[in-house]
Design a protein. Sequence first.
Length: 285
Amino acid sequence: MQVFREKQPLIQAIQKIKSDEKSLGLVPTMGALHEGHLSLLKTALKETDQVVVSIFVNPTQFDNAEDLEKYPRNLEKDLELLKKISEDIWIFSPNAHELYGDKVLSQNFDFEGLELVMEGAFRNGHFNGVGTVVKHLFEIITPDKAFFGEKDYQQLQIIRKLTEKTGLPVEIVGCPILRENSGLARSSRNERLSTQSREKAAFIYETLQDVNRLFGIESADYITTWVENKFKGNPYLKLEYFEIADSETLKKINTKEKGKQYRAFVAAYADDIRLIDNIALDNSF
Ligand code: AMP
């Protein structure tokens, strides 16, 4: 396993991969790795010849200084986990200067409205930060395929839009959400939950499953009010938003149409930890 802290030696190593006509996969992460990240890596190892895992806590995508400061970082532990999956992967773990140069700033993107809803509405500048860092990574690493989790479904759609708009020749592969036994979506942030909150947070996915059952018989408006009331009755979780949206455009739906794909999205706080989750809705009604 090779760890690159600087981009130049990595670029040279990649040139060799390209000249040998091997395919290159990228799994971008912010570290504090868990089974969710590792599932992306396993898919990348199956689908490409050489995999790069980037580990970088990207400052420009945080709108909250405390959240950035408290974001868990443990490179040694991450490397141990990665080594258990494969000795052949390359790790890119740069500092902010190496990735951004002198100015650690976001570019402004137009993601055609995808950036304005849900996470974009509640986290100021978040998707400009995500777009900027992913664009830098794509330009440095030039992957054939890049692997992103459906856990951050809105981000996945935004990255698809980013590649469409920039014309960067990379295939975006979406990977399913990995969950703890309780159903809670795996997240680096779960480490910061108390034992009690971690148990209570299973409520989020239980609710999403109920939503999926209700979706065949009730309207989106009815279900939204039902979810809001359900959260009001739960003293351990504070709902930030719940939305049922078109899976492609992420636009909130008014009426269901046959043949279209929909998803339900939640952001909620347990203690002061912000958790997000989503579910694909069964549209065979
Ligand atoms: P992060 O380190 O949180 O930025 O996540 C890096 C990548 O891992 C993103 O593409 C996430 O969507 C993905 N990811 C995070 N948690 C999960 C999960 N529970 N299941 C699948 N993918 C995940």
